[in-house]
Design a binder for this molecule. Structure first.
Ligand code: ZN
Length: 253
């Protein structure tokens, strides 16, 4: 199933998409909601970010080639950091560059959407806590990431976490193509099979540190090919069997 948040006339609701038509959820899909029977056209509604997480847990250096391109060692256990939920934007929205940074970069990532509360779950049962998967861009001020000594500000600015366009629920995350396309040019082109720590391992590891709530996101790391963003760029994260998340880039406000 493909789950989206659609906005029409200022109202947002959950829908299950079926091509150009959709069925509305009576309650949130994170609250056991089921879809209503009416099939409606959604072409005049806008897609919004499909999640409102309590936290966004990210994994650094989870692809060996990307760790190497930034001159870093390949980690021996997952390297975790957090992005604030206030950084989230949805499809078609705008990443606003910052006066504080001269080097803001894209990072295309598969995002895991948690479906039910998970505390200290095993690797074997980890996937049963997943609602589905979406695309994310872990936008990063690379110069500030180095300068600050830790990553909260560099990765946490408002608009630095585009997610969407929807949640795909019936998906095996183990070998999917993950691309980043900037103004039609492919900048990143990796596969989730290249992850150092796979999705079940990450869920188990993260849930030993933080209780994961329904709607929480795990961003699983980026393949090699990260690069700078400039005002006017159209940047897309494209993941096989999910779709394409496109946002535009604007000058500092
Ligand atoms: Zn990242």
């Amino acid at each position: 199933m493909r789950i989206a948040v659609l906005e029409k006339d200022g109202r947002r609701s959950w829908y299950a998409l079926e091509g150009q038509k959709a069925r509305r959820f009576a309650r949130s899909p994170f609250d056991g909601g089921t879809v209503e029977s009416d099939l409606v056209a959604w072409t005049d509604a806008e897609l919004r970010a499909p999640v409102a997480p309590s936290k966004i847990v990210c994994v650094g250096r989870n692809y060996a080639a990307h760790a190497k391109e930034l001159g870093n060692e390949v980690p021996t256990e997952p390297l975790l950091f957090l992005k604030p939920p206030s950084a989230i934007i949805g499809p078609g929205e705008t990443v606003v560059l910052r006066a504080e940074s001269d080097k803001v970069e894209h990072e295309s990532e598969l995002a895991v959407v948690i479906g039910k509360r998970a505390t200290r779950v095993s690797r074997e049962e980890a996937l049963s806590y997943v609602l589905g998967y979406t695309c994310a861009n872990d936008v990063t001020a690379r110069d500030l990431q180095k300068k600050d000594g830790q990553w909260s500000r560099a990765k946490g600015f408002d608009t630095f976490c585009p997610v969407g366009p929807w949640i795909e629920t019936d998906l095996d995350p183990s070998d999917l193509s993950v691309k980043c396309i900037v103004d039609g040019q492919v900048r990143q082109d990796g596969r989730t099979s290249q992850m150092i720590f796979d999705v079940p391992t990450l869920i188990a590891y993260v849930s030993r540190a933080f209780t994961l709530e329904p709607g929480d996101l795990i961003l699983t790391g980026t393949p090699e090919g990260v690069g700078p963003l400039a005002p006017g760029n159209r940047v897309s994260v494209a993941i096989e069997k999910i779709g394409e998340l496109t946002v535009v880039v604007a000058s500092p406000a």
